[in-house]
Write a protein that binds this ligand. Structure first.
Ligand SMILES: *Cc1c(COP(=O)(O)O)cnc(C)c1O
Length: 488
């Protein structure tokens, strides 16, 4: 028990050793000559002194305090928390991929460039867009890149009035944020009662000041925009471009393609749909694809294939450089492995299973949770809190109580169209047994809300830390460890 909630510094006992390194080839004497004097430490570093067993127990315990898709079900809507197959890691760990440097001679990097190129081509195939850059590091980074391309397109045509981007009110928060960072003004249009783009509001918003529209289809409510062809026609007719937020592409894989719907620019999150780790804000990968007319604006550096040799080239027409070198290569290796492991035929079943799983959970719970939009959903759906509104148990309480049952909370209070949003995305990887367990736990929490609301409102009860004071944590964060028992 001693190891729980103990910091490694607090286990330290002077003289304990947890390592046995080979003899240091850079003995102190040579270090003195290798490094400038002012960079050398005058005092020993205050590192914890612990045995190997202590440190193994410490980190094993720390790892068990975290929740991951490898510990339990993780239905976090809009995040596509699917399992990342181990073969991805095995491939990304090959020394030929890990022990390279982007500045080594290109003749020694041909295999790496080929993986970039083939991954980009597969994404083109999947999405129906002409070319992809794999340079962006995240979905939001891809959005910014895509919007810079949109801007460059209008500027090249000397169409400088186009300073506004339309975003529906159900959009992911990064959409208006990226539009703002790219220097556009956002025009928000309200959805219809059934959660889709309102064609009349769209028509009213279109003008010669509109640079484009940002959409995702299926949208953030998990609903397919049935009018997409008409939306594309209207936006193009008004001189705008269509941006597709392809962060969550699960439902579409092998079924329909954004390029065929009329989209001109899109990003894809490899760390959602293509089974690469999300990694706490990075390192992700947000490839951007564009239609033929926009290829010239893709960022530098570009990987160019000449029959069987790859080169790196810069184009003067590009929006510039948006990352160092060519993006997060090892995540590209993971996505490439995922694509090759599944193959074209099986990729198709990802969409079918993701949609089936979401609809199964939705239908199994809609008698106890309020389903504001009842139609067939795609890869995810949204409840608006409990159906029985007589208790004061809210979405936050339900999310916290689920933690006691070993389930990660769904996305809550997003989208902001409903007061008590609970957004559930089971993904394609879960078995019926896991979904049934989740359904049973959700039903149990709904029952507890009636029988013992106080217990639900004070949850979680079994996690390493209880309900957190998120406001204080954000206002007065403690970001460094201060060890009172040691000097300095
Ligand atoms: C996750 C997500 C994003 C942002 O992706 P990041 O990699 O987190 O920047 C954008 N749009 C949608 C719909 C998303 O789900």
């Amino acid at each position: 028990m001693k190891y729980y909630n103990t910091l490694i510094f607090e286990l330290s006992k002077s003289g304990r050793i947890g390592y046995s390194f080979p003899k240091n080839p850079y003995a102190k004497k040579s270090l003195d000559t290798l490094l400038p004097k002012e960079l050398l430490r005058s005092e020993e570093a205050a590192l914890p002194e612990v045995s190997e067993l202590d440190i193994v127990r410490h980190y094993t315990n720390v790892s068990q305090k975290n929740f991951g898709v490898e510990t339990g079900f993780y239905p976090l809507g809009s995040c596509t928390m699917k399992y990342n197959p181990k073969i991805n890691e095995e491939m990304a760990g090959l020394p030929g991929f890990t022990e390279i440097h982007p500045l080594q001679p290109l003749s020694t990097l041909q295999g790496v460039l080929r993986i970039y190129d083939e991954t980009a081509r597969m994404l083109s195939d999947i999405s129906g867009l002409a070319e992809f850059t794999l340079n962006p590091f995240a979905g939001a980074h891809g959005e910014l890149t895509g919007l810079m391309i949109m801007k460059a397109y209008h500027e090249k045509r000397n169409d400088l009035k186009r300073t506004k981007v339309i975003v529906p009110d159900s959009a992911h928060g990064t959409n208006p944020a990226s539009a703002t960072v790219a220097g556009f003004e956002t025009i928000v249009i309200a959805s219809t009662a059934d959660g889709r783009v309102n064609l009349e509001s769209l028509k009213a918003a279109l003008s010669d000041e509109i640079a484009g529209i940002m959409l995702t289809n299926p949208n953030t409510l998990g609903l397919f925009e049935r009018d997409i062809v008409e939306i594309a026609r209207l936006v193009h007719q008004a001189g705008g471009l269509l941006y597709y937020d392809g962060a969550n592409l699960n439902a579409l894989l092998g079924q329909v393609r954004p390029g065929d719907m009329g989209f001109d620019i899109m990003h894809i999150n490899l760390h959602k749909t293509f089974s690469t780790p999300h990694g706490g804000g990075g390192p992700g990968s947000g490839p951007v694809g564009v239609a033929k007319a926009l290829v010239e604006f893709l960022p530098n550096p570009r990987i160019v294939k000449h029959s069987d040799y790859y080169t790196i080239e810069d184009s003067g027409k590009a929006i510039g450089q948006i990352s160092h070198f060519y993006g997060n290569f090892l995540n590209v290796v993971r996505a490439y492995t995922f694509l090759l492991t599944l193959g074209k035929e099986n990729l198709k079943s990802v969409g079918g299973l993701a949609v089936l799983n979401a609809n199964y959970v939705k239908e199994s719970l809609k008698d106890v949770y309020e389903l504001p939009i009842g139609s067939f959903c795609m890869h995810e759906f949204v409840f608006n809190g409990l159906k029985n509104k007589s208790t004061d148990v809210h979405t936050l309480d339900i999310a916290k109580r689920l933690l006691d049952y070993g389930v990660h909370a769904p996305t809550i209070y997003f989208p902001m169209l409903f007061e008590q949003s609970i957004m559930i995305e089971p993904t394609e990887v879960e078995s019926k047994e896991t979904l049934d367990h989740f359904i049973a736990m959700m039903r149990q929490v709904a029952q507890e809300a009636l029988d013992n609301p106080e217990m639900v409102k004070t949850a979680p009860h079994t996690t390493p830390v209880r309900r957190l004071d998120e406001v204080t944590a954000a206002r007065t964060p403690i970001l460094t460890y201060k060890d009172a028992t040691r000097h300095g």
